[in-house]
Design a protein around this ligand. Sequence first.
Ligand SMILES: Cc1cc2nc3c(=O)[nH]c(=O)nc-3n(C[C@H](O)[C@H](O)[C@H](O)COP(=O)(O)OP(=O)(O)OC[C@H]3O[C@@H](n4cnc5c(N)ncnc54)[C@H](O)[C@@H]3O)c2cc1C
Ligand code: FES
Ligand code: FES
Length: 1359
Amino acid sequence: MGKEEVSIDWEAMSSDVLVFYVNGKKIIEKSPDPEITLLTYLRVKLRLTGSKLGCGEGGCGACTVMISKWDHINRKIIHFSANACLAQVVSVHGCAVTTVEGIGSTKTKLHAVQERLAKFHGSQCGFCTPGIVMSMYALLRNKSVPSAEDIEECLQGNLCRCTGYRPILSALNTFTGGTSGCPMGIECCKNKQVANGTSDKNSLSNDDPHSAESVCFSKYERTQEIMFPPDLLIESKSEELKILKFVGERVTWFRPTSLQGLVELKSIYPDAQLVNGNTEIGVEANVRGRYFKYIVTPLDVKELKTISVDKKGVNIGSSCTISQIKEELQSFIDSGNFPKYQTQCLESLVEMIYWFAGDQIRNVAAIGGNIMTASPISDLNPILMANESIATFRLHSRAKDRQVLMDQSFFPIYRTTCAEKGEVLISVHLPFNAKDQYMKAYKQSKRREDDIAIVNAAMRVVFHPGTCKVLKFVAAFGGMAATSVMPENTMQNMIGRDWNEALLDDVLIWLRKDLPLRLDAPGGMVEYRESLAASFFFKFFLYVKDCLIKSGLVENSLSTQNVTAFAPSNTIHVPMSTRTWQDATHGQPHDDMVGRPIQHVSGYKHTTGEAVYVDDMPTFSDELYLWLVTSSRPHAYIKKVDISKAVTCKGFVTYVDHRDVPGTNEISICGDLCEVFATRKVTCIGQTIGAVVADTQAHAQRAAQTVKIDYEDISPLIITIEDAMHHQSYFDISKKLVHGDAITAMATCDHVIEGEVRIGGQEHFYLETQACIAVPKTEDGEIEMFCSSQDPSMLQRTTATLLGVEANKVVIRVKRMGGGFGGKETRFLVVSNPVAVAAHKCGKAVRCMLSRKEDMIITGGRHPFFAKYKVGFMRDGKLAALILDLYSNGGNTLDHSESVLIKAILQSDNCYRMPNVLIRGKICKTNISTTNAFRGFGTPQAIMIVETWMTRIAESLNMTHEQLRDLNMYKEEDVTHFNQKLDSFQARRCWEEVIEKSKMVQRKEQIAQFNQQSRWHKRGIACIPLQYGIGYPYRWCHGGALVHVYNDGSVYLSHGGTEMGQGLHTKMLQVAGRCLGIPLSRIHTRETSTASVPNTRSTAASFSTDLNGMAVKDACDTIMERLHPLRKQYPDLEWNDLIMKAYNERICLSATGYHKTPGMFSAWDAETGIVEGRTACYFSYGAAVSEVEVDCLTGDHVVLQTDIVMDVGRSINPAIDIGQIEGAFVQGYGLFTMEEPLHTPGGQVITSGPGVYKIPGFGDCPRKFNVHLLRNSDNDRAIYSSKAIGEPPLCLASSVFFAIKDAIGFAREESGLLGWFQLDSPATSESIRMACGDCFTKQHEHHINLKEEKHLTSWSIRA
Ligand SMILES: Cc1cc2nc3c(=O)[nH]c(=O)nc-3n(C[C@H](O)[C@H](O)[C@H](O)COP(=O)(O)OP(=O)(O)OC[C@H]3O[C@@H](n4cnc5c(N)ncnc54)[C@H](O)[C@@H]3O)c2cc1C
Ligand code: FES
Ligand code: FES
């Protein structure tokens, strides 16, 4: 008899002591709170800050750790990766947790994963890196020689916003076998002199392809991995499972060890949540602030953890994890014990699991949780339903288990199952499939990997034996209603019908009736979703038909064209890449690192988790935490703020609002006066009204949630550009640029085209959300702020104004950021301002780091643009005149909107000569969070607009796109539309080289052939050139530096730029190293501080190396000048001795440096619209060719190949520059294809987390990704002839967009849809599918005409 078979007084049980191991160390926690996540415990209690908080909802992988435990059922140790942000700390009782700190360190030894990732330049800002390291580490613990596919699969749950993934994959693919030791052999760096931690071989570059083989790394010693704690092993093996209870502040948590105990608990606490993986409940808690009074975990109940097989099918315990199911079902399938037809449902499940979340979720999430959550987009439920699976429930008060068929009645309403109160799901039984049955499952989501479905489906048909007559058809769809739904009429009507085209036609009509969606259906995309349901059936129809043909039951064969509907043609699974760059200057001294691909100076610190970000800083004594209270209305008067409940909350300290601001509550941001705390009125959701300060983060959050605000809504509500145009709601700034006379010229053109194009916004999605700590000092009103900010000087100025002190009392310190991308140029103020006021009010240090959801709602993103164009051209293709009207959505305040608009206007030529131009621009004032700076600053939008009308002109003239671009491309000495003469015009070289290197001409022919053979997969290719103006035409364009040489010869370097992953500090060290003639190891840079370098420029516009590099050089040159007489006197003196001598000779060894861009001013006459002078300091150039393959039935696509040739002048660091190119390209790829910020018509932000807003993942990296740096390109306007690189390559990702458009064109041709078609950006799976235009999409274009839907608006809108 088990312990629990005698009834237990669960209520009276006392709280247990939590015991687990972290990195081999035993942790004993006497009073654990079940509400605390493992991540919080690690970071706050154990001060292990390597694991990061990126989202708190399992969507980014930054928090990944490895959990190891004794598997009591299979009696073995198991290791798996998990999201520490979702795991409750109490759930790891009896487990060993390994964090990034536990596997290697710069102080001892790096783990092979850490070393290789850093050496392959796989980290930039480094915030995602520990999570990636741990995912890979967990894989290696289970499989020491993984395949490339294993690696991609294990990284599905990790995101990186900086690198573009290629270098990470290159680094980790070295573990795929054969190269476990250094592949350099005798050439290994260990046999040569090493400079700055990189091998000589590695830093000596040439124009050969640089691949994995040119990097030197140490062997992976599996035997040296840390052991499962021996004590824990002994305990786990010998001890009986122990019932556990943990009682926290609000939540009680139980872990029974028998089924009886479990059902008993569920009967005592019928509202208790049965938590397995906590991937649903954890998100509810972290993101929506919910809590559940009782939690029971069934993880130790054997009956729920086992998968068994009998003659009829497979029985899966409800607590079996998704990974366990995949592994065990795959082994059943592979065992050869079952005929193939029998295991079709298992295969469908296994195939689907590949697309289910990422490894960290799959390793803990259970099938029971998936079923019982009853999500309408569950990936498993449709399969279980289509396979007529049986669920078994147990209720404490009932003698027998209840067995329920999983059909439509299983999920009666939204997120509800037919389970009775107190019932526990024990298992689900999947019957084997019989002969004459066929089954398949489908899923389409916004992103291919780790994304919830837009629509999914599973279908199973049973034929009368030996015929093609339908005996039974069972299907279930997700994403088509409030529950997983079965098309019952279709299923009924199909019975007795032959499997032929007539049936297909009928089914498409029946499905439409069975799965209707109203225009305002939650989830939006109604026509697309209806088309997907039809397309899935079409795929299934053809698949089954093919099977019937193969079994000789149907005569005529399927055309190869149609086979492509269900057989994917893209066969490149393992990404391939090459990179080329120019050798460092011939004869350059060995120690001179300029031009060499050395690794990021923080690379090892990133990979070991030692790199410190704001929230990693230890707490100050008595530190408080702040949680913002923000507006929940987009446009309203604030009637009343009621904090009466908040003050009674545990830990509450104070509430701050505008009344607490000692200086001024209105601060100037880009010349626009903005309230720090809203006083009377709010103009967007997420606007700060006040903030709660409490003793801990949890208490601050809970108290803030109780603050009640009464509003009075104001009309009109303006969300979109179209709304603003309708209401004439613009900022009081409009821009006009005139060049030549476009209106007159237009009249003389052979052809004129007119059109409109729309480009959506983008969320920055830096992995580290906005964060700040303010530390008030006891003297003179001083305050010190640690902030994730791209502009420390702005923060200093603003804080001073806010607190009513002079700037000299405020010190800002920025060590590094976990990504910025422009989002931390001004928007850090959202956090820093309230934190400064609170710190001032409380006289204590105050910290705040926005949750991912807050960050995405509050901080705003890239400007959506709408353009109306009219272009005149001659019949030979020569451009003659352009009239362009640009409208950007600026949100509720101006922020950087004016500069973004200016940049968009100036880039509206891309690199084409247009003799007559008239461009007008307006900024829409709307009720969304202010849009602000974002990598590219208006240029990506401009390029998209230019290339849209260029493409259209080419097609109208029947020219190839390349011919037209080539014909109109600027030439040296041409003058731009802003009257700047071009010198060193390199776009043509990039263009010609990339066409040649990518073999674009030959590939175009291959693509045409492929498309002829393939009806439902189409390929497309496009080449886009780029000219990108660098520098601001403003007087305040300057950089600063401070260099101290200490008398031991070591050097401290400080400069005006901030490090956000772009490698600025590394490049500055390279510059200083060259100037001073010393190895980089002698120079240290710690942080950016307003106390070291004052009045700095924001680190932005790709310009910081130019500005600060020159300033660093200036400072170093000053010191070298002072040293010159001594050096002349003692030419052979070692650096250290020289410095000591200089010190003794009383030579000043400290210098500041300064640089201002020379002769770079322009005048823009507002009246005439004419621009004069030098607007761009110089231009960066590039060109990219991308090839894609589109699934025309689903809108899915893959980037098969991208080739880039980029002009970075003489690269200071080719590895960093290539990293910027790859990273920017993939970020741009997200902008142009999948990232789509959505609002409700009422102004709520829908896309407020990684679950609903998708940035590219590992699987989206181009399958072949080749980057070449242009050779022999000089630039006398930047440091050491280099060029800016951070932003330009982002625009080149438009090549993917136009390749997609090209592919869609082929698909449309097949449907007889000839001629121009409009495609707005982003080219999401929805817009691709709908643009492909075929019989399926046509069927579903009916909503607009439906009378009863006329008054409805769609669920989501694009601002
Ligand atoms: C980042 C992320 C990605 C995801 N991706 C996908 C995806 O691609 N496809 C998909 O379908 N889902 C996805 N999900 C949803 C989620 O992972 C799944 O629904 C998962 O299977 C839930 O299992 P769990 O054990 O974590 O549930 P838990 O959070 O532990 O529990 C969920 C619910 O089930 C109830 N429950 C659990 N077991 C029982 C039982 N035996 N009897 C009665 N009630 C029970 C609990 O009371 C609770 O209400 C994703 C979630 C996240 C966070
Ligand atoms: S922080 Fe855990 S997955 Fe993002
Ligand atoms: S390095 Fe991956 S997010 Fe910055």
